[in-house]
Write a protein that binds this ligand. Sequence first.
Ligand code: TMP
Length: 216
Amino acid sequence: MAAIKKEESAGSGRAGLFIVLEGIDGSGKTTAWEFLREALASDADVIFLREPTNLPTGQRLRACLQGKSPAPETDDGWMELFLADRRANVTENVIPALSQGKVIVQDRYIYSTAAYQSDNTDRAVELLELQKEFPGPDGIIFLDLTPEQALQRIDSRSGSEGREHFETLDRLERIYANYQSILPENCHRVDAMKPALSVGQELLDMIQSLRSRMNV
Ligand code: TMP
């Protein structure tokens, strides 16, 4: 099993460990995050966060994603909402937890905004740069599968009428390509087509091995 490496720029001057899960819709990322939350439930040093959050900024976003509120018409309109939610999450949750030495396992972060709110790979790189104000993660895990495989999974779960805003083939193809242009070399890629249990176990092993190497 390959271990995830701590990002070079991150981690300095803070006690905790910040691990983020990324992937296109349908990659099983949230299922893996829930598996980890259950597996580590008795460990008070680990906290689980997700974006969009459950804060008012995140609730507003979920309503737009599910078509219950009018959706922004442009990538930039979406970006503003996601950045507002991220600022709230970083201020209220991430920074306090890291300074207390906690391990954060978070579902989606800066790579999601760069990949989802860009219509080409150059813009994705630019959007990642634009988010330097946020603390860098110590480990990035990308759940990898093709947009076709992801869409099949989404439709078998909720039918094509249950899709959310970004869940179309052309959007997922664009988002997947954007991810490839921004994920750092030391990002740990996991085969998301493996059974959910083995994906969850692989992630758990990676996180525990990173913790023991970093002494957190
Ligand atoms: P989820 O399905 O992982 O809960 O995320 C909700 C949707 O929001 C998903 O389609 C990805 C999208 N999203 C963005 O477009 N930009 C972002 O910055 C984040 C965090 C999520």
